[in-house]
Write a protein that binds this ligand. Sequence first.
Ligand SMILES: [Fe+2]
Ligand SMILES: [Fe+2]
Ligand SMILES: [Zn+2]
Length: 504
Amino acid sequence: MKISEAYDRVKDIDWETSYITEEQKTVETTKFHLDGVKPNDPFKTFVREYCEQELEKDDRHYALLEAASRLNTGEPDGRWMEGMKFGLSNLVGVEYAAARAMGRMARTVAPVELRQGYMMQMLDEMRHSNLEMNVIRHHMRSWKDPVGFDVAAKAGACSVGSGIFRSMVEDLITSDPVETSIGLQVFVETAYTNLFFVGLSAHASAHGDDMLASTLLTIQSDEARHMANGWATLSTLMQDDRNIPLIQDAMDKWSWRIHTSFGMGNMLFGDYFVRQRTESAKEMTMRWVFDDFYGGFYQKLEKFGIKPPPHLDDMISDLDWMSHSAAIYIFGAWPTFFHRYDGLNDDDFEWFEKKYPGFYEHFGPFWEAYNICKDPEEGRLILKEMGGLPNFCQVCQRPTIFPRPDITKERARKFGDQTFIFCSDGCESIFTKEPHHYVGYKNFYDLYEGMELSEVIKTLGFVRDDGNTLMAQPELEPKRMWTLDDIRSVDYVVQRPPVPPIKP
Ligand SMILES: [Fe+2]
Ligand SMILES: [Fe+2]
Ligand SMILES: [Zn+2]
């Protein structure tokens, strides 16, 4: 029997229930129209083949790790390793959410050809989450300062910077299940994962983190399947004209949503947690995302009536300043994190100025001040010197300093009797379409306003075993580490900044 025949036969095993109706079976519904469409089968794989393939990949990957940990190939770079405490704590949560999202889609989307693909992807995403958790556990055992890796899962759920990824993931798994496919499979996976898993893997390898390099590559080998799922969902939806405006809405939203989360994370990790530099994060993003995805994949959708996303120009011009603005936030708020930082030096300044002309004029003063404030003996905290944190965007949970603090697009508007703040046109328009989806999210000020900073750090649990030394440190090899006592003596109380002018 030919494989395609066998595959069709397997699909025939799908059954309709006699004991409950279709409606009763569907716990969640979708606004998209999927009756009467003929899905293109994204890939014809049997579960047995799938398991064999994945087992082989896992065998190869774990054998390599075993060898690497025995050979002890030298110490990885500290700047990179510490940054990955933040990176992996978020990534593992994104993968797990992707698995949940696929389960929802398999339950909601009727055509069996698509469900089969979603189920396989659900297994892949569980695998990714496990693989990344294994990296965290490996580093917990072998990195010279394991503190921070040991709280990764908890930190991803409560740290202020993780709000950027957490809010995106929560949005993704609570949206219409088919919209989730567009957000996850079209934007996260088709547009950004090459940049993330291939680009970041090259950085990991250049910084001696073989464990992560191998992990990211074996993850990326599954992504082609997820991109195929995205295309299968889109091309199936496009068979019914009533879906076109719904697809357009989802594309408009998720292009911006993923730019502000995954896109920003890529820029930050690629520019600020590396020491061996070749391409800038902006150059990599232009190549992988804007040339390949928007210039290739996305353009092909135009013949079906899909228009380019409304904020495409902003997305491109943001790349000039996005990593730098993100960095002054993440580095400026260092005591509220769980890893060590490495401030910029003269080599970094020179490279940044070459890759991002005007960098020093706009961001140099922050970094000079950062370096002065590193030593706890000086009694100066960069967070207080910069006047505290900015407001946060109710949609993307980024601080409202984008594209650059002096030309921020921050704005506020009323909804009911509450006032909400946004970072950009993109986020404001997302909120306006579905305000109820975003009103409940509690930002840093909702949680900690009026608290003295050492109390915030204690509440977050980011303190070492002695109960006084902070997990986070503003440099890699400090003469003395910052403690809660040092923070207390700076006397910084969390204060909400003024609300920007309210739009009528
Ligand atoms: Fe994944
Ligand atoms: Fe994936
Ligand atoms: Zn925003």
